[in-house]
Design a protein around this ligand. Structure first.
Ligand code: NAD
Length: 299
């Protein structure tokens, strides 16, 4: 099925509310709307919503230029996205809420609490709750909700319109029905779902982040220059991007948060975040999004 042609909707999910319109939220809104779903995109920051819509339009136009979608799909996709700064308006009649706010447990718990309070109580039992967390325990996030069986991890990869993987993470109470509904939705979005269990970092970040952290240690200890470290991994291991450039792309704050989750979750010193990573985050050098990380970028 060509992207943009999916009109046979999930029987359970007719529209999708996305809370958080940053790097990942705008990409998720893009793929959901392109697949034909009405999308309510919510962010507490109005400027972020404006940037998100601009980014989605730019990325859709690029796909049309490359012949990946029909040029007519650009306007019809954008029309399906409504933006909100008021969370209650965005979620009141939601079939599914996808939470895509920054990777902080306290913030995510607060948001899930607001979502629970804001949804029409008659709908709560059947609403699907998905979180795009990179590393926080789904079971822990689900502790605060009335229907933990409806909560699942739906971990998209950046850039969302391009990357085909979605890790689907089952918390200890996630029902098989929730999994099946979200698995079929993932396919409708043109993505490939992979089922994983709820361990710190799941599969992807448990493997990826220690590698990135080790690359930062190599730089910190003077093993080689940043370009050399990246080249070893692109030329020698056939990685499409070196680990330091990838860290910039993901966001160094995101990398640090995930290392902290791994460190705390496994209580193992091998997951200690590199001091250089901490230092860069403290200085606000977060990678592509701030214009400076290990490399310099235009913002
Ligand atoms: P981001 O900082 O780019 O975007 C987060 C958005 O949430 C911002 O627009 C912010 O304004 C908004 N927000 C903050 N508080 C809010 C609130 N109270 N209500 C509504 N909106 C609020 O972050 P991101 O990189 O998109 O990451 C979001 C989530 O996705 C995190 O859990 C992260 O771990 C995960 N993730 C990130 C990547 C990545 O490569 N960046 C990849 C996979 C998963």
């Amino acid at each position: 099925m060509k992207i943009g042609e999916a009109q046979m909707h999930n029987q359970h999910i007719h529209s999708i509310t996305i809370v958080g319109a940053g790097t990942m939220g705008n990409g998720i809104a893009h793929v959901c709307a392109l697949a034909g779903f009405p999308v309510k995109l919510m962010d507490s920051n109005e400027e972020q919503l404006r940037i998100a819509l601009q980014t989605i339009e730019k990325n859709l136009n690029r796909m049309a230029e490359k012949g990946k979608i029909n040029p007519n799909d650009v306007a019809s996709t954008l029309i399906r996205i409504q933006t909100y700064t008021d969370i209650n308006q965005a979620i009141i009649d939601a079939d599914m809420v996808l939470e895509v706010v920054p990777e902080h447990l306290s913030l995510k718990k607060l948001i899930w609490n607001q979502i629970e309070q804001g949804i029409d109580p008659k709908r709560l039992k059947q609403t699907i709750f998905a979180t795009n967390t990179s590393s926080i325990s789904i079971s822990e996030l689900a502790q605060g909700v009335t229907h933990p069986e409806n909560m699942i991890g739906m971990h998209f990869f950046n850039p969302v319109p391009v990357m085909s993987l979605v890790e689907l993470i089952l918390g200890n109470k996630t029902s098989e029905q929730t999994f099946k509904t979200v698995e079929s939705l993932t396919r409708e979005l043109g993505k490939i779902p992979i089922r994983v269990h709820d361990f710190p970092g799941f599969v992807s970040n448990r493997i990826l982040m220690p590698m990135i952290n080790e690359a930062i240690y190599a730089l910190h200890e003077g093993v080689a220059e940043k370009e050399a470290i990246d080249q070893v991994m692109t030329l020698g291991m056939a990685h499409p991007m070196g680990p330091l450039r990838l860290a910039d792309f993901i966001g160094l704050d995101v990398c640090l948060n995930i290392m902290n989750v791994l460190h705390k979750g496994f209580q193992d010193a091998k997951y200690t975040p590199c001091p250089l990573l901490r230092e860069m985050v403290e200085k606000g050098h977060l990678g592509n999004k701030t214009g400076q990380g290990f490399y310099i970028y235009d913002v």
